[in-house]
Design a protein. Sequence first.
Length: 491
Amino acid sequence: MRPMARARAVRPRTACRPRLLAAGASLALCALAAGLAVQGAVQASAGACWLGATRRHPWAQAQAHGGARPLPRARGAGWVTRRALPTAAAAPPTWEQLATRVAPDSRPEPLLTLYRDTNGWCPFCERVWIALREKGIPYDEVLINLYDKPQWYKDMVPTSLVPAVKFASSGEVVWESEAILRRLDSEFPESRPLFAEPARVEAAAELPAKVMNASMGLAYRTGDLQEESLEDRRAKLASAIDSLEEHLAGGGPFLLGKELSAADLMAVPMLERYGFQLPYFAAELQIRDPARWPAIAGWFDAMEARPAYSERVVGDEYSWTAVAPVLMRIFSGQNGTLEGPAAARAQVADAAAANILESLEENAEVLLSGAPKSARLEAAEKLLANHEAVVDDATALEPKSQKELLRLDPSKRLTVDAVLRAAAGVLLSGEKPGDAAPREDSEGAGLQPADVSAACRYIAARLCAPRDMSAPAATALRAALLGMARAVVLH
C-alpha cells in the first residue's frame, strides 16, 4: 500500500469531543461498570465498560480465558429446598470448564488500528466502525476515555479527538471521521466504495444532517420551553423529516439509491438513537412511523439488514430507552430534577424500559432458542473475559452510575459469580435457562433464590449494546439471565 499524506485538520462535526457527546458519553449510564469510569461533566452518573482500554476486533481477537480469582465466601442460608429447581445442576460449570468449550480465535492480522470512545456510542466513531466492517478490513481497536485521554493519544492525534486510525503498513495516523472514510476508499480500492459519487454523497448527507440539527432543540435542554415554542420546533423538525422522506421515496432504499454509501454511514448513528428516543423527548415524534414516513422506515430496515451494522454496531431498544430519561434529567432538569411535562415524559420512558425487560423475561426461552449461535458465543466469551469486573460492579458499595439500581451486598460475590457461570453455560450449551439456575456457589454453599434472582435482573438491566457487546449478543445474555430469574421466582 502506498504512503498516505497526513490527514487534514478536524472539522467539529465529524469527530467526537466531550461537549458534543451528550448522547454518547452519557449512554454509559446503562453500561456495566468495570473500573474505567467516564470522567467529566457526567462523572456522577457515568459508568464504564466490561472491556479494557484496549481490545481487538473479532477479526484478530486473541482471547485468553483464565480462571476466576478467589472470591470471598458467601454468607447466609442455603437454597430453600421447597423452591429448588429439581432439574438444575447444583453448581454451574467452572470458568476453566467453560473456556474449553470456546474454540481458539484464528483471524487475519489487522491492517489498521481504530481508536474510538470507550462507550461505543460516539456517532463519528460509529461511522468508521461500520465502514471497516462493510469493507471487510481486519482491524484492532483501542478504546479512549474521552474525559481522561492518555497523553500518548494527545501526542499522536493533534486534535486529541476520536475517531482516528493508524495504518499498520506505514504507521500513519489519520483522524476525522469523514477524512478516514475517504482514505479507506483510496487505501483499499478493492473494497466496497463509499464515495463512488462524491458530489451525490455530499448532497444526500445534507438531508439527514438537517434532521439532526432540527431535532437538537427538542432533544436536550427543553425543560424551560413553553408549549408554543415547542410546537414551532416540532413543525420545523417534521418539515426536515418530510424532505428526507421525499428524497428516499424518489429512489431508495439508501440515500443514493440501491447502493450503500458514506451518506448512510454518516446518518445512521444519530437517526438510530432518535428512532428510539424522540418519542420520549419533547419532540414527541416517531421518525420510524411507516404510515407517515414509509421510505424512512424502509431505510432503517435496509440498514438493519446490513450485517456490518446490525451484528455489532447497532444499539438495542432497551439500551436507548433506558438512557432517555437520564438524558432528560441531565440536560432539561434543575439539579437532575424534572417538573411538569418533562417529568411526565421521563416517567413514560422509565416505564417503557421496565416493560422491555418484562417482555424479555416472558419470552426468554423463545428469544434464546432463536438467537444466532454467533451471538450466544460472543456473549459467553465476554463473560469469560470479564466476569470479575461484572462481579465487582454488581457488589459495589459506591457505584459510579445507575445508583438507583439495587446491587448485591459484597458478601454475595460468589452468588454473582455462580449466576455468570450459569449464564455462560446456557449460552454455550443451548440449555433452557430455567433448568440452569445455580443452587450452589463454587465452594459448595447453598444459594438464596432471592439473591440469584436479584443478580440476574441487575446484570440484565445494566447491560448495554453496543458498548458491552452486540445487540444480538445482549439479547441472548439478557434472555439467559431473565429466564433463570423467572424460573427461580416460579419455583
